[in-house]
Design a protein around this ligand. Structure first.
Ligand code: SLL
Length: 168
């Protein structure tokens, strides 16, 4: 299929993180002082209990199903996670985990038509809201929501993507 000149597809989405303190922290791996990098500084090794649960997600801004647009979404977590590259081939495009720390998450989105350029995004796992962050919402049931609005913009989209968009 060819490409449509002078056409543009726009798909609004939200990307972000919801996190909440666990009532009962989950014991994490205890790094023995001998192998811990902190041993050289003399600091004691601390067990890294998972204090929070979190969900990072990519979802359509209007709650429609945008799975026909998307082939896969890859979330790259901090290397401290086992299998730190997580792949979603169907909705919900999200990762649910527990942990103790904050980090940046790299996200790659591949579209239904593989001729469309892959898009790279990022978000943060946020557990401890900072006073300077204005786009943080606190819910009554204890969730912190840190979320960003963005849009996929395709200039001269392929016929296949136009077709998908006309139905979704
Ligand atoms: C840093 N910001 O740069 C920190 C990294 C990593 C968080 C935080 C769990 C790992 C696990 C976890 O919360 N990692 O126990 O599986 O050093």
């Amino acid at each position: 299929g060819g490409r449509m000149k002078n056409a543009q597809l726009v798909k609004p989405f939200l990307v972000g993180c919801r996190s909440r303190k666990l009532a009962n922290p989950i014991p994490g791996p205890v790094i023995p002082p001998s192998s811990s990098s902190s041993s050289s500084t003399g600091a004691p090794a601390t067990p890294q209990h998972h204090s929070h649960e979190w969900i990072i997600y990519l979802r359509p801004y209007e709650n429609e199903d945008f799975s026909p647009w998307i082939k896969k979404v890859q979330f790259k977590l901090h290397d401290s996670y086992i299998n730190s590259t997580r792949l979603c081939l169907a909705p919900p495009y999200e990762v649910r985990e527990t942990g103790w720390g904050e980090f940046e998450v790299n996200i790659k989105v591949s579209f239904a038509d593989q001729n469309e350029r892959q898009i790279a995004l990022y978000t943060w796992v946020r557990l401890f809201p900072k006073p300077t962050e204005y786009n943080v919402i606190q819910t009554k049931d204890g969730w912190t929501i840190f979320e960003q609005y963005d849009e996929f913009v395709m200039n001269e989209p392929s016929m296949m993507m136009l077709d998908v968009a006309s139905n979704h």
